[in-house]
Ligand binder design. Structure first.
Ligand SMILES: [Zn+2]
Length: 280
């Protein structure tokens, strides 16, 4: 028997394996696209529309084309992402729709109809307590207990306190919205651990993003050190990831104030989110 034959079989086997894997991956992506198209072609249920009308005043301020986009993105999120009630909370349609619709604000004008890593949304009936070891800038670790209204994990979980979701939606112009905050973290976490650097297309744009965000982050730290007042909440100075999440809340809820006080920051957020709330 020729010595070349086993080698030939190995090559054929590897080629077959590559073809099957590529076919499987392509098939899975195609199936997901097909399912999403089917979900998006369904009418937006009247009961869901009623939730937006009663609970999300920000929805009414959107131009008609963005309202339609938001509803389609929300439909995909609701079809794909399980919502889990914690501490005895029974998850209702109102809860699911209000979370999905606010999260969908961050997806406007994007081709991706969902958050890439998102696996589950966990809802609590009140702000929840987490015990966690935290290491400060000097390397000293401390066990801390914190009460949170929301959290986002890189493994794809978003955790929210329902009363805070409701309150965030009810007042659309105070710059505080836990859903926008936590889903901004999800976008950030698509590129690795949250660090305030979500995906931005193009090398030059990424450099401009990094330069602007770090200058604005430093300016916030200096302002707080001086004890001065300003638009951006002190929590944004925690780290660059929180800075991105906190300024995202302002971008969607207080665009006029953010654009006039921090025009460069506003421009970067506008290109990241592919929309300009000043024109709504
Ligand atoms: Zn945060």
């Amino acid at each position: 028997m020729s010595e070349g034959l086993p080698y030939l079989w190995l090559v054929l086997f590897v080629a077959a394996l590559v073809c099957v894997s590529a076919g499987w991956l392509w098939g899975a992506a195609w199936l997901q696209q097909w399912r999403r198209l089917r979900v998006r072609s369904q009418p937006f249920p009247r009961a869901w529309r009623e939730v937006l009308r009663q609970r999300m005043p920000a929805f009414r301020t959107l131009p008609a084309d963005l309202q339609l986009q938001l509803k389609k993105h929300a439909q995909v999120l609701l079809a794909e992402v399980p919502f889990i009630g914690c501490n005895g909370l029974v998850v209702t349609t109102e809860m699911r729709v209000l979370v999905a619709a606010q999260a969908a604000l961050l997806l406007l004008n994007r081709r991706a109809a969902s958050f890439r890593n998102l696996r589950q949304v966990l809802l609590y009936p009140e702000p929840f307590i987490v015990d966690r070891a935290q290491t400060d800038g000097h390397g000293i670790t401390d066990d801390t207990r914190r009460v949170l209204s929301g959290e986002s994990w890189q493994q794809g979980q978003v955790i929210l306190s329902w009363p805070d979701v409701l309150a965030g939606a009810a007042v659309p112009d105070d710059g505080h919205n836990v859903v926008i905050h936590e889903f901004a973290h999800q976008l950030d976490q698509e590129t690795g651990p949250a660090n305030g650097a979500p995906y931005v297309f193009g090398r030059a744009a990424r450099q401009r993003w990094a330069a602007t965000m770090s200058a604005e982050f430093d300016a916030l730290g200096q302002r707080l050190a001086r004890g001065g007042d300003g638009l951006i909440d002190a929590y944004g100075a925690t780290n660059p990831a929180e800075f991105f999440a906190v300024t995202s809340e302002l971008f969607f809820e207080r665009p006029q104030a953010l654009a006039s006080a921090h025009p460069l920051l506003f421009r970067e957020l506008s290109s990241c989110y592919r929309t300009n709330p000043l024109s709504w």
